[in-house]
Design a protein around this ligand. Structure first.
Ligand SMILES: [Fe+2]
Ligand SMILES: [Zn+2]
Length: 343
């Protein structure tokens, strides 16, 4: 299967950390027309500062254009140079998964016509709409996995970063985790659950993903701005180590025409190690700053080409496909589709 990115990847959703804003950039003229007023309000109020923001955006766009090829090159270099600390964890085994999770998956597989209500007793329903948690990994697996991430961070290999909002983290496909870990985890375990919980968001037709680890630490990234994900369904696992603060918060679903309401009532969810949290990608969320320690989270953005081929979750139009390498952003030229934008 060939996967694609949507052309909007090179223009939309560019995050300016200094001003806490996501922007769209086609050219200087459009950018100033659409964002100058808002930028001024956020403290970007001199010609030099605006120019600096434009330069930063152009730099990000050029990084995005080179991303596919560079990621492939990094993956090859890592495969040739990196010696894993715990090679065994690159292959998914049931012993890494919590018994409760294995039970849940088994139940979902043997009761495929179950409704959400039928599995509610087996998972925790959060205050935020359609957000669920359940234990997924064992403590021992989380410990080994975090050790592997730290070991990789400390090595000299080239490192890509998960997205514009997280500077510290690891792209797990580059490290070689997709083939024997995350693809089987999605296909043989998580899909059974999402088929029941999110049939309307492609939960039964997930066919690609982007898996990465984000790290929060005082002096590095400490929090995560309010946003929605480039995913139909997101799985977020707290891996440790020990930390205080850093609660996740959920607001409303993203709606293209709706102006962000700063007074949204957020539902806070504290996230404990070994536990997975599932939510819809378009359900906007963020993470409050940690106040001490180090926090590692595994994020899997799961995609359904049947859903996104109709409506790109980032520009909310029919996607304009651009070839790339690997899973890209999960778009395909297949014709079987589910129209969630119409919903
Ligand atoms: Fe997110
Ligand atoms: Zn798009």
């Amino acid at each position: 299967m060939t996967y694609y990115v949507c052309k909007c990847f090179f223009t939309n959703n560019i995050f300016l950390k200094k001003y806490n804003m996501h922007v769209t950039y086609y050219d200087d003229e459009q950018f100033k027309r659409d964002f100058l007023q808002l930028l001024n309000k956020h403290g970007c109020d001199t010609e030099e500062k605006v120019q600096e923001a434009c330069d930063e955006i152009l730099c990000e766009v050029s990084r995005r254009r080179r991303l596919g090829e560079e990621s492939l090159r990094r993956k090859e270099m890592i495969a040739a140079q990196y010696t894993p600390r715990h090679p065994s964890i690159y292959h998914l085994k049931d012993e890494y998964l919590s018994p409760e999770f294995l039970d849940l998956v088994q139940f979902c597989k043997t009761n495929t016509s179950s409704s959400q209500e039928d599995i509610i007793g087996k998972i925790k329903v959060c205050k935020a709409d359609r957000v669920y948690t359940f234990p997924i990994f064992t403590e021992e697996f989380c410990r080994l996995f975090v050790e592997e991430m730290s070991h990789f961070e400390d090595c000299d290999c080239p490192k890509g970063r998960p997205n514009t909002m997280n500077k510290y983290g690891v792209l797990l496909n580059e490290l070689g985790f997709d083939e024997n870990f995350f693809t089987p985890l999605r296909e043989h375990y998580i899909s059974a659950i999402t088929s029941i919980l999110y049939p309307d968001w492609g939960g039964a037709s997930l066919d690609s993903h982007k898996a990465f680890v984000v790290k929060y630490k005082l002096g590095e990234d400490t929090d995560l701005n309010y946003h929605y994900d480039n995913a139909e369904i997101t799985l977020n696992v707290s891996l440790g180590k020990t930390f205080t603060g850093g609660e996740l918060y959920f607001g409303d679903m993203f709606e293209p025409q709706k102006v962000t309401n700063k007074n949204t009532n957020f539902s806070e969810i504290s996230h404990v190690p070994t536990v997975a949290l599932l939510h819809r990608g378009q359900h906007r969320h963020g993470a409050w700053p940690i106040s001490s320690g180090e926090r590692y989270n595994l994020i899997i953005w799961m995609r359904s080409s049947a859903v996104r081929n109709v409506c790109c979750p980032m520009c909310h139009n029919e996607p304009d496909l651009v070839p790339t390498v690997g899973f890209g952003d999960g778009f395909t030229k297949q014709t079987e589709t589910v129209d969630v934008c119409a919903v």
